[in-house]
Every structure is written in C-alpha cells, then in structure tokens.
Design a protein around this ligand. Structure first.
Ligand code: IPM
Ligand code: MN
Length: 328
C-alpha cells in the first residue's frame, strides 16, 4: 500500500492511558523530521474492550497486513481481567504478524547496547493448561515452546546486527537448569556463529546478566535471549539506562512478509494519564526505530540525536516533544 506520493501507510493504535498522548508527540516529531506518513487510527485497547468487548478483530489484522508499519502507544486499563489485552492484542499481533524479533536498544552515559528478544515462542506461546481448577488438587502447567527454526532465525538476526555494530554477541539463557531449551539455544547459537567468523561470542546465565546490567553493562554490545528472559532483562535495561521513560522497542518481521510494530517499552500508566506528565521520549525513539526500519535512516538518526540532547529536559509531555523538535 506504499502509495504514489511516498507517504508511508502507518496504522496507529494510541491505546490507553498515556498511550495516545505520547504517540501524538511521536507523530509530530516524525513530521517535523520531514517524513510524511499517512496515518490510520485504530481505537483498540482496554477502554475499547470495556465498551464493547472488541480486542483485535481479524478484519483489522487483515487491514494491517497491507500497511508499512504499526505504531502503538500503550494498552492496558484497570478493570480488564489479566491476559485479555496482553494475549488478545499484543501477543496476537506478535504471533499473527510473525514479529519474531523484539529489538530493544539501551544507552548509558558511556556506551550503548541492544537486546534481541525472541518474540513468538518460549513461555509466551500459551502451551499448558489447568486441571481441577479451584480444588485443592489443582494443577497448572505453563510450558516453554522452543523450536529450532524459531531460535535460529532470531539468533541469526542478532549475529547480523552484531556484525554491523561492534562484532560482539552474548547469548543469555539458563542452560545450567533449563537443560532442554537451553541446550537447543546453545547448540543453535554455536552453529549459527560459524557463519559469522568476525563476531566474538560470549555466554551469560540470566541471573548473572542481571548483575552485569547493573555493575558492568559495558561488557555488552548485542545480547540475544528468549522471550521471557528478554522481557525481564529489558525492563532492567531501561532502569539502568535512564529509566523506562526512555526505553524504545521494535517488534520486527525481518523477513518483511508484513508490517513491523513499534512501541515504547512502558505501559499505559493510568495513574498519570491525562495530566501531560508522561515522558514522550520512549515513544519518539520508537518512532525513530520505525523510520529506520522503513529505510529513512537519516531522519531516524536526527530524531535519535535530538532525543539524546533532551533526556534531561523537564516539562509537560508536549514541552519535551517541543524541545526535541527544536533540536532536530
Ligand atoms: C513488554 C510487555 C508485554 C510482554 C506484556 C504487556 C504482554 O511487558 O512488551 O515487555 O510481556 O511482552
Ligand atoms: Mn515487559
């Protein structure tokens, strides 16, 4: 649907809480950077669910298959049972659009590093079930699904990224305890590494990686890890690199068989919604990741540098975005 006058077609889900506020600023900054988007708004998220029980209709997913990208603020509203929006919207997007890489970059004062999180398998796959619910004999299992193909395509993406950066890739897992899935990941990692002779490799257990994130993040360039470890580690990554208000993410379909999705790592923060208190930088940086993936790397770089110059700026949501625009 990339049409004539070269406006990118972007599906926008502002979502709940602070989501619409930060996404609007992101779109404003992209425009100011000179990239033209034709946006298509979708009213989805917890508030929509509470209104009419709509989560993510297949018809919407079908429309999204034809856009260039999806830009999402945040979803989640108090009063919606856990899992409805997470599984029904976010994970459905990741799975059905095959967004198999979740790329989350981090910057400290002295360096930057990237976590590549597998985004379609592991403990998120939904394997498991419950028996004898509510009785004293209740049993619940929640398995972790790891396929050779799923691990391999994610690991290969991470190697390619490391090759384009500083030639260093760390696998993070828990191979000493998760001896089945960890072994699959380790063997796949070792096999793919043979294709990338210039990339130096390392391995850390996930618990040790938590210490290194806090005490010695300089050791990392690119990290690759499974879905759940990546979820937890990237919140920690945000916390040690300026706070979750700066953390951006790209849910990528690197095969480009459909659109990719870009969203800040933070949630909908209902406690500060509507007060212009949200920091829009994470959403703006997610917009920059979107432009970069669309091939607008020059505009993406300018937005990223402008954001870097504004991490100390205080003010309302739109004042922070104004400061970014002024630095472009
Ligand atoms: C994230 C979020 C999601 C996840 C939730 C909201 C389903 O925490 O993007 O990191 O666990 O992946
Ligand atoms: Mn998370």
């Amino acid at each position: 649907m990339r049409n004539t006058m070269s406006a990118y077609q972007v599906a926008v889900v502002g979502g709940d809480g602070i989501g619409p506020e930060v996404v609007n600023e992101g779109l404003r900054v992209i425009e100011a950077a000179g990239v033209s988007l034709e946006t298509h708004n979708y009213d989805l998220g917890g508030a929509r669910y509470l209104r009419d029980e709509t989560v993510l209709p297949d018809s919407v997913l079908d429309e999204w298959r034809n856009v260039d990208a999806i830009y999402l603020g945040a979803v989640g509203t108090p009063g919606v049972p856990p899992g409805v929006i997470e599984r029904g919207l976010l994970l459905k997007m990741r799975f059905d659009l095959d967004l198999y890489v979740n790329q989350r970059p981090f910057k400290t004062d002295t360096h930057d590093f990237v976590v590549i999180r597998e985004n379609t398998e592991g403990s998120y796959a939904g394997e498991g079930g419950v028996l004898r619910k509510g009785t004293e004999h209740e049993i619940a299992t929640q398995g972790s699904v790891n396929t050779r193909r799923g691990a391999e395509r994610c690991i290969r993406y991470a190697f390619e990224l490391a090759q384009s950066r500083n030639q260093h890739l760390t696998l993070v897992h828990k191979t000493n305890v998760l001896t089945f899935s960890g072994d699959l990941w380790q063997r796949t990692f070792d096999a793919v590494s043979k294709e990338f002779s210039t990339v130096e490799t390392a391995y850390n257990h996930v618990d040790a990686a938590c210490i290194y994130f806090v005490q010695d993040p300089q050791r990392y360039d690119v990290i690759v890890t499974d879905n759940l470890f990546g979820d937890i580690l990237t919140d920690l990554g945000g916390a040690v690199s300026g706070g979750i208000g700066l953390a951006s993410s790209a849910n990528l379909n690197p095969a480009r068989s459909g659109p990719s999705m870009f969203e800040p790592v933070h949630g909908s923060a209902p406690d500060i919604a509507g007060q212009a208190k949200a920091n829009p930088i994470a959403a703006i940086l997610s917009g920059a990741l979107m432009l970069d993936f669309l091939g607008e790397s020059e505009a993406a770089k300018r937005i990223e540098r402008a954001c870097e110059a504004c991490v100390e700026v205080e003010g309302s949501t739109s004042e922070i975005a104004d400061a970014v625009v002024a630095k472009l």
